[in-house]
Design a protein around this ligand. Sequence first.
Ligand SMILES: [Zn+2]
Length: 135
Amino acid sequence: MAGCFLDTSALVKHYYPEIGSAVVDQLWNDPANVLFASRLSASKIVLSALMIMAMVALVLTFILYSAWMNGVFLRCPHCGKIGSWRFNTAEPPVEKKDEDGVLQESTQIRICRKCAKRVLAKWSDHEGRTFEKAN
Ligand SMILES: [Zn+2]
């Protein structure tokens, strides 16, 4: 009976196909072999998977936060559908700043991609973002 010790990179090759996976799978499937892996190898794999999941959760949180800050989830006041917007470059945003140059209010025309009607997007430092019907 032969015994093989699998370090972390060899153990990963069994679960994730890459160069050397065929050799590891051959050892894995041979009933005459006894395979050993340290608890450290298994915990490193679990830790790596947790780190990947944490990174994915962090990126998704950032994407959803950015979408929320840009009013993606606000409803169109005309058709009531959750927004998908485009901007009219002919009508740039109108901004009001205080004496220090800090943005206090901003208004901009957006076009609803669902009903193609004009929406006035308002943002202020005190009231947040709101959408109104625009003519
Ligand atoms: Zn609409």
